[in-house]
Design a protein around this ligand. Structure first.
Ligand SMILES: [Zn+2]
Length: 187
């Protein structure tokens, strides 16, 4: 093994912040420049997403307040449809879909959320190429869910106040019981 390969940093699984961590409420900054450190962080995000496992992860979920998301809605063919998007922008949206969502940052809770049924997202790849991603169904939901994270929004901000209060109470009870809640299928 050469010194160089010994110095190569393998992707690392990062801890995922969970509600009510204040960092999840912040609006993330645009990435001014994609450098080597960011590319490595994006690889860490991918590793963290697969390990969770989740179909998407946004940088604020690992404590980085920058506009970066990763997604893979097809874990059967892991990596084949992997998306890494820097500075994603929701350019088009149409229709309506109701989807049961969970989130790696919201423990032990899923709820139906109303989203656009089709979206077009523009952004950049880590190697600085412009991309446009069209998504329907789960991909449309996941893109909107991850971009919400960049705006400091969680899916529980999109459900009724009553449901959100019920969740808060349930979370307190889980914490009181000293049980670490499990997470379901997640974004
Ligand atoms: Zn999420």
């Amino acid at each position: 093994m050469s010194i160089q390969s010994a110095c190569y940093e393998n992707p690392v699984i990062r801890p995922i912040l969970t509600y009510p961590e204040p960092g999840l409420k912040e609006v993330a900054s645009e990435v001014p420049e994609i450098d080597g450190a960011l590319v490595r962080t994006i690889d860490d995000m991918v590793e963290t997403m697969y390990a969770a496992p989740g179909v998407g992860l946004a940088a604020p979920q690992i404590g980085l307040s920058q506009r970066v998301i990763v997604l893979d809605v097809d874990h059967e063919n892991k990596g084949k449809h992997l998306l890494k998007i820097v500075n994603p922008v929701l350019a088009e949206h149409e229709g309506e879909i109701l989807w049961e969502e969970g989130c790696l940052s919201v423990r032990d809770y899923v709820a139906e959320v109303r989203r656009a049924a089709r979206v077009l997202v523009r952004g950049y790849t880590p190697d600085q190429k412009e991309i446009a991603i069209e998504g329907t169904d789960l991909l449309a939901v996941a893109l909107q869910h991850e971009i919400d994270h960049l705006d400091g929004k969680l899916f529980i901000d999109r459900i009724s106040r009553l449901k959100r209060d019920l969740y808060r109470r349930r979370l307190k009870k889980l914490e009181r019981d000293g049980r670490e809640p499990t997470t379901g299928s997640l974004l």
